[in-house]
Design a protein around this ligand. Structure first.
Ligand code: UDP
Length: 328
């Protein structure tokens, strides 16, 4: 019998792909999600599988989390407040969810000695200037008066907490720093650029590039990302350590807009929107963000299968289908 895996945030974008892959590989899976940003639709196709249980509940419900953790062999903790737009609009919720949520997951797992994989983010590098980012690099975080840094800091506290539980109590903990991840089911509602550009292009609306568009990102396909997560889950040498997970294929946001327009055969124009208008006055964006994936590659032989164009095509096909279903 394979290990039973508890996935927090299991109805989210990455969570739903992870649950699906784990089930395909024969693992029994329990997903907990309060559907605040996750969607039932993401896991609808899994609900009928006998080895899958979905629990609609917040991870800060200690009784429920205690029972689910005691009945599982390990925990993959993805539940978090994510998305730059959400973070800026709802800063209290972001800080509380990320810090209290992770502390609840860790203390519960510690009660039963369950291994925990914690999803962190490339945001913890802040404005780091030496690209690519290595796991042990110094971090350069902006002032507390800017909400964006509350998110980066809350996730850094999650990392500290996880590593502290490992050092102090011997709890097996692995930290995964996700860089920009894309794929079917990601929503643009919380600001993520690829689903936003794709919808805009497919609807023939202007594609909104913020700032000068020269800022760049590397987008990994969710399928590659969940493959890495599962390998890390089972690698004994990952315990007590931090890993970047992402793509190294860098693209400027302006180039990304052009590619999405071309790949979706759209007539959309590109519209430049100043940051102050797009977010809030004083918003700080990252100019470049590229992971070093040396450590991940060395440990688990990570080899991304999807190029950026492959991945964009997957998103475009998905959004096209969704739009034809909803008639929008
Ligand atoms: N962005 C953009 N237009 C949009 C949404 C985002 O130009 O409609 C930019 C955003 O300012 C950032 C990049 O795209 O430079 C990636 O944004 P996202 O929120 O997806 O991820 P993150 O900023 O966390 O890397």
């Amino acid at each position: 019998m394979k290990e039973k895996i508890l996935v927090t945030g299991g109805a989210g974008f990455i969570g739903s792909h992870l649950c699906e892959r784990l089930l395909n590989q024969g693992y029994p899976v329990v997903a907990i999600d309060d559907l605040s940003t996750g969607k039932l639709k993401n896991i609808e196709h899994l609900i009928t599988q006998p080895d899958f249980l979905f629990v609609r509940e917040t991870i800060t419900n200690t009784q429920v989390l205690d029972r689910l953790t005691s009945e599982s062999d390990l925990v993959i903790h993805l539940a978090a407040a994510v998305g730059v737009k959400l973070i800026i609009e709802n800063p209290v919720h972001t800080i509380r969810t990320n810090i209290i949520g992770t502390e609840t997951v860790l203390s519960t797992a510690n009660r039963y000695g369950r291994k925990v994989l914690i999803a962190s983010t490339s945001e913890v590098y802040g404005k780091g200037i030496s690209v690519p980012f290595h796991e042990n690099d110094d971090r350069l975080i902006g002032p507390t008066t800017h909400n964006r840094w509350a998110y980066a800091t809350s996730k850094a506290v999650d990392e500290f907490l996880g590593l502290a539980y490992h050092r102090q109590f011997g709890l097996p903990v692995v930290i995964m720093r996700f860089f920009n991840t894309i794929g079917p089911r990601q929503t643009g509602r919380y600001g993520m650029v690829v689903p936003r550009f794709t919808r805009q292009a497919l609807q023939g609306e202007p594609v909104t590039v913020y700032g000068d568009g020269k800022q760049s990102r590397c987008f990994a396909d969710v399928s590659d990302v969940v493959g890495a997560v599962i390998k890390l889950t089972h690698h004994p040498d990952a315990v007590g350590d931090v890993f970047n997970i992402g793509s190294t294929e860098e693209v400027s946001v302006f180039e990304l807009a052009k590619r999405v327009i071309t790949l979706s055969n759209s007539q959309s124009e590109i519209e430049f929107i100043p940051y102050d208008q797009a977010y809030a006055p004083g918003f700080e964006d990252m100019r470049r963000r590229q992971p070093s994936i040396e450590k991940l590659t060395q440990l688990i032989g990570y080899q991304p299968q999807y190029s950026l164009d492959d991945s964009l095509n997957r998103v475009i096909n998905y959004e096209r289908e969704r739009m034809s279903e909803s008639g929008s």
